[in-house]
Design a protein around this ligand. Structure first.
Ligand code: NAD
Length: 501
């Protein structure tokens, strides 16, 4: 697939969208966008800065406070979201190709992501018009009620691993709720979000309601986290960045939503359905090149199954077709950048130094014309100990570590033995055991006899240092709404608390 064919029709320097207009950065600086499969430059985007972010925040503030968006009607907001969904649905192949070119992931994954994004707009369009709030039966002649109102201006900061869908799962609920938005994509992957703003521009939002600012985390992202004019910052990315954002947001008591990293356990008991467990162990870690926050990056395996399970797992990992995401046969693409690939390779070296046994992979792939891209082999380590770096730290690449156990208690201790708590799975045919283990797993997203299926209807988010709050579902929608208590006196007369003298 030719990168240029997707970029024709756009300006050579791709712009930001602030206050209803396409604009260049006030500094006129630019940034190159790279195809991680080939190392080629596939786009040049304007590089926003703090001043641009301030302008966008001011526009979002005005749109919310004085231009009427906070009084917009749910049905009108739902119409706009449905229009975005319809137009995006007509361009699935174009958006999928753009994410594959910019992120590297196989086309079949990108197509899935775009379909997911379409569904998110429709789901939250539906929620916007559903009843909110409750009434209470209280003493006295008071009609007591609770209403939900939009939080206000939200800053949204996005990672590079799902460039489109991470953005849409923040945009759709915020708009449904009646908020205004300033959104920043990851520096590496702005292209599909810029293209989405073409659609946002077409469907007719009032100026300032949704703004796109490109640029670095340390400038644009920091402004969104610090600004007193932003009511909430919603962030998806690494835990270290989440800590910085939370500190920056503290000075203005900003609401924070944090979707952070993980080191998720995939527990396989000896009584599991063998083929299913092997299949999902592979899918859990190697889907999307392992660049998945909820990846099953730790296989926690019952010792008695080891000799049968591990040779099959390794044989299957070696069969994974790694290549250009644009080729239909490709099952795993490149990592996002040279810098990230080197980070993953560093962890692999650390694992070897710490004494873990490398069962397969471990190398950058330089054969078959892949030498210009950032490809790493599917990698599996055994003989690990819980304190090893490769067991404790998020690698965010195609690296699986195996830990073994003898008892259910031991499995749980290993599973819960990191600072993270995003996701986890258990494979067993014993229903009671499955539920006992899931009940004790300190994680927000869990599976029994499967790995990875997630739904826009269900809440997404982590325990422990994997995050704060939830995205998606009604829980994710609520995160963009304030709660207001209203008490109406039905018997209007003085209380007499202080005597009239
Ligand atoms: P990252 O934290 O490096 O960057 C994410 C975003 O934060 C980028 O847009 C970046 O520009 C911005 N940023 C960086 N420094 C900032 C600062 N000081 N202030 C404000 N913004 C700043 O993460 P990444 O490398 O893009 O993504 C990988 C990480 O994201 C992994 O840890 C992964 O687990 C996590 N992730 C989590 C989820 C989830 O739902 N829990 C989903 C996807 C990815």
């Amino acid at each position: 697939m030719d990168a240029k064919s997707f970029l024709t029709g756009l300006d050579t320097t791709q712009k930001m969208y602030i206050d209803g207009k396409w604009v260049l950065s006030s500094s006129q600086e630019t940034r190159e966008v790279i195809n991680p499969a080939t190392g080629e430059v596939i786009g040049i985007v304007t590089e926003g800065n703090r001043d641009d972010a301030k302008q966008a925040i001011a526009a979002a503030r005005r749109a919310f406070d004085t231009d009427g968006w906070q009084d917009s009607k749910a049905r009108d907001r739902a119409d706009l979201l449905n229009k975005i969904a319809d137009r995006l649905e007509q361009r699935v192949e174009e958006f999928a190709s753009l994410d594959t070119l910019n992120n590297g992931k196989p086309l079949r994954e990108s197509r899935y992501d775009v379909a997911d994004a379409v569904n998110q707009f429709r789901y939250f369009a539906g929620l916007a018009t559903k009843p909110h709030g409750v009434t209470y039966d209280v003493p006295d002649d008071i009609q007591a009620m609770v209403v939900r109102e939009p939080i206000g201006v939200v800053g949204q900061i996005i990672p590079w691993n799902y460039p489109l869908v991470m953005a849409t799962q923040k945009i759709a609920p915020a708009i449904a709720a009646g908020c205004t938005i300033v959104i920043k994509p990851a520096e590496q992957t702005p292209l599909s979000l810029i293209r989405l703003f073409e659609i946002i521009d077409e469907v007719g939002f009032p100026p300032g309601v949704i703004n796109l600012v490109l640029g670095a985390g340390e400038t644009v992202g920091a402004e969104l986290s610090e600004s007193p004019l932003v009511d909430k910052v919603a962030f998806t990315g690494g835990t270290d960045t989440g800590i910085r954002i939370m500190k920056a947001a503290a000075d203005t008591i900003k609401k924070v939503g944090l979707e952070l990293g993980g080191k998720s356990p995939n527990i396989v008991f000896a009584d599991a359905d063998f083929e299913t467990a092997v299949d999902y162990a592979l899918f859990g870690i190697f889907a999307n090149q392992g660049e998945v926050c909820s990846a099953g990056s730790r296989l926690i395996l019952e010792e008695t199954l080891y000799d049968r399970f591990v040779p099959e797992l390794v044989a299957r990992a070696k069969q994974i077709t790694v290549g250009l995401g644009t080729e239909e046969a490709t099952e795993m693409g490149p990592l996002i950048s040279e810098e990230h690939m080197n980070r993953v390779l560093y962890y692999i070296e650390e694992g070897k130094k710490e004494g873990a046994t490398l069962l397969c992979g471990g190398r950058r792939i330089m054969e078959n014309g892949l030498d210009k891209g950032f490809f790493v082999e599917p990698t599996i380590f055994a003989d690990t100990t819980p304190e090893m770096k490769i067991v404790q730290e998020e690698i965010f690449g195609p690296v699986l570590v195996i830990q073994t156990f003898k008892t259910e208690e031991e499995a749980l201790a290993l599973a819960n033995g990191t600072k993270y708590g995003l996701a986890g799975a258990v494979f067993t045919t014993d229903v009671a055991k499955a539920h006992r283990v899931i009940k004790k797993l300190r994680a927000g997203i869990t599976w029994i006899n499967t790995y990875h299926p997630t739904f826009n209807e269900a809440p997404w988010g982590g325990y422990k240092q994997s995050g704060i709050g939830r995205e998606l579902g009604t829980y994710g929608y609520d995160e963009y709404l304030e709660i207001k208590q209203i008490n109406v006196n039905l018997n209007v007369q003085p209380s007499g608390w202080f005597q009239k003298k």
